[in-house]
Design a binder for this molecule. Structure first.
Ligand code: ADP
Ligand code: ADP
Ligand code: ZN
Length: 218
């Protein structure tokens, strides 16, 4: 199964992708995570992307298309994947279509997680993750069972993203509305789009997505 999770920053794409990864045994591919790893490693791509990401703007189509093109060729995603944060522009969506045609493969579903802008600011402000395993948390909505200890790996080290600050969030939301929201129309025109109410609580959103995927035979 090949899926796209589409939605604004803070909508819950990463949270839901991690759950779908466990449930269906397919990998979550997050361009944001890959770019952050490149920045941390100081690779040539990371050096180019760092300032752009700090401003809350989009990294160039060429860079992210290159990353995804290489990644979806790897054997661990032969049975499918969940794209989280890609594509983010119509040019990226068209490039993905071309890559899939070349590989003789296709998308099964594009799930839009719809959330009001007002709620996104609060979700992003409260977001943090485990430094060791990457598990995602929120100050109010998704606390670890034992305070200060990661549920998944037991680590006590957490981190917050450099771009999760009030000023950058504003640019990221603008970038979403200007450059990514047109993908809703793009994929609904291809009859691939299914929207879920991302304002609901985390378990309910998972239930809605799983229901839709079962309906298409997952
Ligand atoms: P969010 O939580 O906002 O959905 P991501 O982790 O997906 O954030 O992305 C963080 C940043 O990485 C973005 O603001 C952007 O600068 C860059 N980025 C991630 N994916 C893409 C992409 N597909 N195209 C361009 N830039 C991207
Ligand atoms: P995205 O990957 O779309 O940027 P995340 O999955 O990182 O978003 O979610 C952003 C923050 O909001 C995280 O701290 C997460 O715990 C929290 N969150 C995710 N889904 C919901 C939800 N349905 N209700 C409340 N909080 C949520
Ligand atoms: Zn952990």
């Amino acid at each position: 199964m090949r899926l796209i999770l589409l939605g604004p920053p803070g909508a819950g794409k990463g949270t839901q992708a991690a759950r779908l990864e466990k449930k269906f045994g397919i990998r979550q591919l997050s361009t944001g995570d890959m770019l952050r790893a490149a920045v941390a490693a100081g690779s040539p791509i990371g050096v180019k992307a760092k300032a752009v990401m700090e401003r809350g703007e989009l990294v160039s189509d060429d860079i992210v298309i290159g990353i995804i093109s290489d990644r979806i060729d790897e054997p661990d995603v032969a049975n499918g994947y969940i794209l989280d944060g890609f594509p983010r522009t119509v040019a990226q969506a068209q490039a993905l279509d071309a890559l899939l045609v070349k590989k003789g493969s296709k998308l099964d579903r594009v799930i839009e997680i719809a959330v009001d802008d007002g709620a996104l600011v609060e979700r992003i402000a409260g977001r943090y993750s485990c430094k060791k395993c990457g598990a995602g948390y929120h100050d109010l909505h998704q606390k670890p069972k034992v305070e200060g200890v990661c549920d998944s790996c037991g680590s006590e080290d957490f981190l917050r993203r450099a771009d999760d600050n009030a000023e950058t969030v504003k640019s990221r939301l603008e970038a979403y509305h200007a450059q990514t929201a047109p993908l809703v129309v793009y994929y609904s025109g291809k009859e691939l789009l299914h929207s879920v109410d991302g304002m609901a609580d985390i378990d309910k959103v998972t239930e809605e997505i799983v229901g839709e995927l079962k309906a298409i035979g997952a």
